[in-house]
Write a protein of this length. Sequence first.
Length: 182
Amino acid sequence: MSRITQELIVTTAEALIERTEKSEVTLSQIADELHITHAALYKHFKNKQQLWTAVAKSWFERMISEQIILDPIDPADPTERLHDWLWAFANAKKRAYRENPKMFALNTQYVDDHPLVLKEVLHNAYRFVDDLMDYGDPGFERAEAILSAFAVFTLPSFKDTWNLPDYEERFERIWRLIEKGV
């Protein structure tokens, strides 16, 4: 029997969600899959909300953040690097949607139902922007504002616009609007 860890629980929950195509997988179903008691899950997660947040964060990191590949010869200018990262971020979201629309929708549904989770899911993205631009902002307000400006390229409610022919042109227009303020 495998050692039960938070990572194993999250992986198991994701597999069940994908297999059942429902975001309402129960803790009992996860425990049964792991051959442990329902109560044993609480040794690793304080409550069900904490587990589902971990699942959403794990999926986001794997399917979005880890897929952002910048040119190894990155521009030295942090503003140019930010532009390239935002473009890669937008395209990673689009790719995740295309590759697994059901899991994308289920994660979206969870975050929509629990809007405060979005800040946790985007924490590493905020940190990346903050570090790159050397803001030193402990609350990541500037990074959050920058990502918010590009919501039309990252929020699932806009997914139907992601394949329009002017996609890149619209991205560049928004970039030019905010570039001087970053």
